[in-house]
Design a protein around this ligand. Structure first.
Ligand code: ADP
Length: 539
C-alpha cells in the first residue's frame, strides 16, 4: 500500500516563493568593496532574482546548463544562488583563490555556458579568459567603472528583463541545482553536483534547533565564502527561514568583521578556524571595543576548532563556538557538536573536551568508521576512516575520468578522514588520512597536537606534520607562529605538551615561523610544509 500524500517537489523556486510571500520586508545587507553598505529588502531580492532568471533564459541558458560565478559574498551573488537554479540552470561557484590553471580546468570541465564575474575580480578572470569558452560573460559592476569590452553588464541585464515572464523550474527535485569542485589537494579538482532536493533537505536540517539553530529573527553573516561549499548552505537556509542576511564583501580581516558584527547586530556567523583565531586575538587585545552581545553562536568548521580557542571565546568573551564537520561532498553538514542532555551534565572541562570534537551526525546522515579489520567499535579510542551516507551526500563525481575508490559497494562515501566515534555517537577527527603521522607502528594525530600547542598562551597558530625518519619512518614536526609581542622556546612548548601526550607523540622538532601556508579556503597547507622540511635532520 502506498501513502496518499502529495508528491510535492522539493525545489529552490519553492524557497524563493516563500521568501517573497512571507518576508518581503526583511533585509539583505552587503558591505561593498569601498566599505559602504548596500541594503535592500527580500521583496527587491526576489524581484531581481526573477529578473535574472528571465535574463538568463533570454541569453539562451537551458535547463541543465552550468552558469558559473566568480564572486565574493554579496547580494548579487545571492540573486545568482536563487536565480540560476530557479530557471533550471546549475549554479557553479568558482573558488577565486584557486590558481588560474585550476580555474581554467574547472570551467572547461564543467562546460560553463555563462560566467558572472565581479568587476573587482576581472584581473583574475583575465588570467584564464582566453582559455575558456563561455557563451556569455556577465560583469557585476563596481561603482560606475566601465564594463570591459565583450562582457555584459549585470545591472543592465536585470533592468531589461521582465520579472513577470519568470517561469519557475520546479517540477524535478532531482534535477541538478548547483555544483562545486573540491579543492583538489590530491589529483584534479572533482565536481560535486547538488540537486534541488538535496539542497532543500540540507537547508531544513541546518536550520534545526539541534543543527545551527537558525530562526527568522536571526541576523546571519556567513564569513565562509559563497564559493566554498555554497557558504555551507547558509544562503539557502537563511532565505528559507527569512533571516536578515549580512554579506561581508571582500573585507575579511578581523577588525572589519568585528565592526560589521557590531554594526549589524549579527546573531550567527560561520567560518574556518583561521578566521576565528584572528578574531580571538583581536578581542583579547581590546575586549571592550565591540558590542557582540547579540552573537548567539559562531559555527566553526572546515578544519578542527582548537579546544583552547573554544575555551578562550567562552571564558574571556562569553561567546559560543558551535563546532561542525563537513565536506564539499557532504553539502557540507555532516556532524554538528551540539551537546546532548547526557553530555550537558558533565563538568565544564569535560564539556569543553566534547565541544572540541566534531559532534554527532545531523538528522538523516549516518556514519561509521572502518579500520584495517572492518568497521571499528564506537569506543572513542579505535581509529578508522569515516564513511557517511545520507540524502545530501555525493553518490559520485561529475564526469570523473580518474579512478576513485571514494564510494563503497554498499553505498557509503569514504571521507578520507581518520576518526574515533564514542559510545554516545560523538565523532572526533584525528587526521585526514594523508596527514596521519605513522611513527613506528603507531599513529600520531597531528590534529590533537596542533590543538594542544595552540592552547599555549604565546602561540597564535601551529601546524603539525610528518618528517621522514630512518628509524621510525615518520616523526612529528611542528611549525609555530607566535602571537605578536610574545616569546617562548621549543623546550617550553614540549614541557607544556608533556602532561597531555605520551613521550613518543611529542614533536621531534619545533620551528618558529612567521606564517603557515594556507589553502584556498584557509586551511593549513601541510603538503607544502612536508615538502619544505623533507630533508630536515632532527638535532
Ligand atoms: P578541502 O579541505 O579539500 O578544501 P573541503 O572543504 O571539502 O575540501 O574539506 C573537507 C575536509 O575538511 C574534511 O574531509 C576534513 O578533513 C576537514 N574538516 C572539515 N571540518 C572539520 C572539522 N570541524 N574538524 C576537522 N577537520 C575538518
Amino acid at each position: 500500500m502506498q501513502g496518499l500524500m502529495m508528491d510535492f517537489q522539493l525545489t529552490i523556486p519553492s524557497l524563493l516563493r516563500r521568501a517573497e510571500q512571507l518576508f518581503p520586508n526583511k533585509s539583505i545587507v552587503t558591505r561593498l568593496p569601498d566599505k559602504s553598505v548596500h541594503r535592500h529588502s527580500y521583496k527587491e531580492f526576489a524581484v531581481r532574482t526573477r529578473r535574472l532568471a528571465v535574463a538568463l533564459k533570454q541569453l539562451g541558458v537551458r535547463p541543465g546548463d552550468r552558469v558559473a560565478t566568480l564572486c565574493w559574498n554579496h547580494y548579487q551573488h545571492l540573486e545568482a544562488y536563487f536565480g540560476i537554479p530557479s530557471m533550471g540552470g546549475v549554479l557553479h561557484t568558482l573558488n577565486l583563490r584557486l590558481s588560474p590553471d585550476d580555474l581554467e580546468y574547472i570551467v572547461n570541465h564543467a562546460d560553463d555556458q555563462v560566467i558572472l564575474v565581479d568587476q573587482v575580480l576581472w584581473p583574475l578572470f583575465e588570467k584564464f579568459r582566453s582559455k575558456v569558452h563561455p557563451r556569455h560573460v556577465i560583469v557585476i559592476p563596481n561603482g560606475g567603472q566601465p564594463i570591459p569590452a565583450g562582457a555584459l553588464n549585470y545591472e543592465e541585464l536585470l533592468a531589461g528583463a521582465d520579472p513577470s515572464q519568470y517561469e519557475p523550474y520546479d517540477h524535478d527535485e532531482n534535477a541538478a541545482a548547483a555544483m562545486c569542485y573540491t579543492s583538489g589537494t590530491t589529483g584534479r579538482p572533482k565536481g560535486v553536483v547538488y540537486s534541488h532536493r538535496s539542497i532543500v533537505l540540507h537547508s531544513m536540517v541546518c536550520a534545526f534547533v539541534d543543527g545551527m539553530g537558525i530562526r527568522e529573527a536571526d541576523v546571519v553573516l556567513p564569513v565562509v565564502p559563497m564559493f566554498h561549499v555554497n557558504a555551507w548552505g547558509l544562503p539557502f537556509t537563511c532565505t528559507m527561514v527569512g533571516t536578515t542576511q549580512v554579506f561581508p564583501g571582500p573585507h575579511l580581516d578581523a577588525a572589519s568583521l568585528l565592526q560589521l558584527f557590531d554594526n549589524e547586530k549579527v546573531t550567527i556567523t560561520a567560518g574556518v578556524p583561521t578566521i576565528w583565531l584572528g578574531i580571538l586575538n583581536a578581542l583579547d587585545a581590546d575586549p571592550h571595543k565591540y558590542n557582540l552581545s547579540r552573537l548567539r553562536h559562531m559555527v566553526v568548521g572546515g578544519s578542527a576548532a582548537p579546544r583552547a580557542m573554544i575555551a578562550g571565546f567562552e571564558q574571556r568573551h562569553n561567546l559560543h563556538v558551535l563546532h561542525a564537520w563537513g565536506m564539499t561532498e557532504t553539502s557540507p553538514l555532516g556532524t554538528i557538536c551540539t551537546l546532548t542532555s547526557e553530555v550537558a551534565q558533565l563538568d565544564e572541562e569535560q564539556k569543553l573536551d566534547y565541544r572540541a570534537k566534531q559532534g554527532i551526525p545531523s538528522v538523516l546522515v549516518e556514519m561509521r568508521a572502518r579500520g584495517d579489520e572492518g568497521i571499528i567499535p564506537n569506543d572513542g579510542v579505535s581509529m578508522g576512516e569515516l564513511e557517511v551516507r545520507g540524502p545530501w551526500i555525493a553518490s559520485s563525481y561529475y564526469h570523473n575520468d580518474e579512478p576513485d575508490n571514494k564510494f563503497t559497494d554498499d553505498g557509503w562515501f569514504r571521507t578520507g578522514d581518520i576518526v574515533t566515534i564514542d559510545a554516545l555517537g560523538y565523532m572526533e577527527i584525528r587526521d585526514r588520512s594523508k596527514d596521519v603521522i605513522k611513527s613506528g607502528g603507531e599513529w600520531i594525530s597531528s590534529v590533537l597536537l596542533e590543538g594542544a600547542i595552540m592552547g599555549h598562551p604565546a602561540v597564535a597558530e601551529a601546524a603539525v606534520f610528518a618528517i621522514p625518519s630512518e628509524k621510525w619512518m615518520e616523526r612529528p614536526m611542528a611549525c609555530v607562529v607566535l602571537k605578536q609581542g610574545q616569546t617562548t622556546t621549543a623546550d617550553e612548548i614540549r614541557k607544556f605538551l608533556e602532561p597531555k601526550f605520551a613521550k613518543f607523540q611529542l614533536p621531534d622538532a619545533i620551528e618558529f615561523v612567521n606564517e603557515i601556508p594556507k589553502t584556498s579556503v584557509g586551511k593549513f597547507k601541510k603538503s607544502v610544509l612536508r615538502e619544505r622540511y623533507k630533508d630536515y635532520k632532527v638535532a
